[in-house]
Design a protein around this ligand. Structure first.
Ligand SMILES: Cc1cc2nc3c(=O)[nH]c(=O)nc-3n(C[C@H](O)[C@H](O)[C@H](O)COP(=O)(O)OP(=O)(O)OC[C@H]3O[C@@H](n4cnc5c(N)ncnc54)[C@H](O)[C@@H]3O)c2cc1C
Length: 457
């Protein structure tokens, strides 16, 4: 780039921001721009005018100030996994936190502080050196902040609740560039909002979590195929209904290479009691074709699932449900038969155990009373199949809807085309209005609107 010719793209003077930021700034002509704008979901292909790779809260404030001054749309990138592609926008500015990944652990106080762009791999690696955990997500490359701010469901949900239940403090840069803190003693209402509707109020440069001792679990996956899938799904439902809180469990319905229905059951047992009766019950299903459940380190358990980044097109849609009766199980098996080929799936996450505790910390999430989160997750590569896969996911969600807890979906899994009514229903009317008042206080102009948006009100 010639020093006499400032890099101006889409009316944005990239050089001006480059001079003001301590971290790197990328414009469309720079090396690394295409990698930096890539999302987990290959269906999303947007070209921001400028990407600000922030190194700290001051950089975030500078980037937000630049966006305000030039009236640019803002997207915030943590781990880049949101299926709606909220981490990137067309023609605006990306506040990219991917260089801010420090995780500091205070083993004695059982607290961890994660910078705004840390991933679960960063987090678990740091906390496990102290033999400690917090209930996070199940894929290591997912962002800690993005996942927590939308709730957070994973391998330790039954044991310790939603991820946001362990969130005890935050440092945030609000859209006007102010650095604010939220904790039990300071800005309590903000901490309440961060637990579920978090991306709406500011850019989190640090989140602080409570930790719990845990080094090994009995976990992995049980694979079922063919006619045994129906029986195994019913067992999964019945086992989690009576499971102790030491056992979290999820299930994934798909179609295998032989085009038979297939089921993965993923238990995670953290008790000290050898192999509990519930695991024996899950294993007893008639169609068991592979048993990968054994004692593992927690870090091994966190690697049981993975998903390639930026390679597949995705469209997800689902419902929290009140229960999982036989009729709904039959419906889910019909829907997976309608898909008819890999690699799409239906994910069933159980919310039994700690999320139901009376003493769960106050937060905005509106789904802790539901029994399961059921999500149709279409996944494909050929763009010619876009409409077919999107239609399958939508029809599957519609088939689940009669059992819906509130009509709302999980904000962490929502696509960008969900209507505001679905977001509102996910929180409930009263909570949504309280969130709108909080939004008015921290982001009155709705600068942070590329998210499952809560409009100021
Ligand atoms: C492969 C995969 C596995 C997943 N597994 C789980 C799981 O086990 N459990 C679960 O609950 N969810 C899971 N999710 C969903 C995931 O929690 C959400 O998609 C979440 O938004 C991803 O956060 P991110 O930081 O990686 O994404 P990004 O796309 O970078 O961020 C998404 C949005 O979150 C907000 N955000 C992110 N970081 C910050 C920040 N520091 N400050 C303010 N706002 C921020 C912004 O609004 C941003 O646009 C998974 C998603 C994928 C693709």
């Amino acid at each position: 780039m010639s020093p006499t010719a400032p890099e101006v793209t889409g009316g944005v003077n990239v050089e001006e921001l480059r001079r003001a930021l301590s971290g790197p700034v990328l414009g469309p002509d720079d090396d690394g721009y295409d990698a930096a704008r890539r999302c987990f979901n290959a269906l999303v292909d947007r070209r921001p005018s400028v990407i600000a790779r922030c190194l700290g809260a001051e950089d975030v404030a500078t980037a937000l100030g630049f966006a305000r001054a030039h009236e640019l749309e803002v997207a915030v990138r943590g781990g880049g996994h949101n299926p709606a592609g909220h981490c990137v926008c067309d023609g605006g500015l990306v506040v990219d936190l991917s260089l801010m990944r420090q995780v500091d652990v205070d083993g004695d106080a059982r607290l961890a502080r994660a910078a705004g762009g840390a991933t679960w791999l960063d987090f678990d690696a740091a906390t496990q050196t102290h033999g400690l955990v917090t209930p996070g997500g199940i894929v290591g490359s997912t962002g800690v902040c993005g996942l927590t701010l939308g709730g957070g469901i994973g391998h330790l949900t039954a044991q310790h609740g939603l991820t946001c239940d362990s969130l005890v403090g935050a440092e945030l840069v609000t859209p006007d560039g102010t650095i604010v803190r939220a904790s039990a003693d300071e800005n309590r209402e903000l901490l309440w909002g961060l637990r579920g509707a978090g991306g709406n109020f500011g850019v989190a440069t640090r989140l602080e979590f409570r930790l719990y001792p845990l080094e090994t679990v009995v976990g992995g996956t049980l694979s079922f195929a063919g006619n045994g899938v129906l029986d195994a799904l019913r067992r999964f439902r019945d086992v989690v209904a009576g499971a102790p809180r030491e056992l979290s469990c999820q299930a994934v319905i798909s179609v295998d290479e032989l085009l038979r229905p297939a089921l993965l059951v993923a238990p995670c047992y953290s008790g000290s009691n050898g192999v509990p009766e519930e695991l024996r019950e899950l294993r007893a299903g008639s169609g068991l074709v592979d048993d990968g459940v054994r004692r593992r380190t927690f870090l091994e358990q966190q690697r049981v699932f993975d998903s390639p980044y930026g390679e597949n097109r995705h469209y997800w849609k689902g419902h929290f449900v009140r229960d999982l009766p036989d009729e709904l199980i039959d419906e889910l098996l019909r829907r997976i038969a309608a898909l008819g080929r890999p690699p799409g799936e239906i994910l069933i996450e159980s919310l039994h155990g700690a999320p139901k505790d009376d003493g769960a910390p106050a937060g905005a999430v509106g789904f802790r009373g539901a029994a399961f989160n059921i999500s149709a997750m279409a996944s494909w590569q050929d763009s010619a199949l876009d409409q077919e896969h999107i239609a399958w996911a939508r029809a599957t969600a519609a088939a689940i809807e009669p059992w819906s807890w509130s009509g709302g979906g999980y904000v962490n899994y929502m696509q960008a085309d969900e209507p505001i009514e679905r977001v509102r229903a996910g929180f409930g009317d009263e909570t949504f209005e309280r969130l709108r008042a909080l939004k008015l206080r921290y982001d009155p102009t709705n600068l942070l609107r590329r998210n499952q948006n809560v409009p100021p009100g």
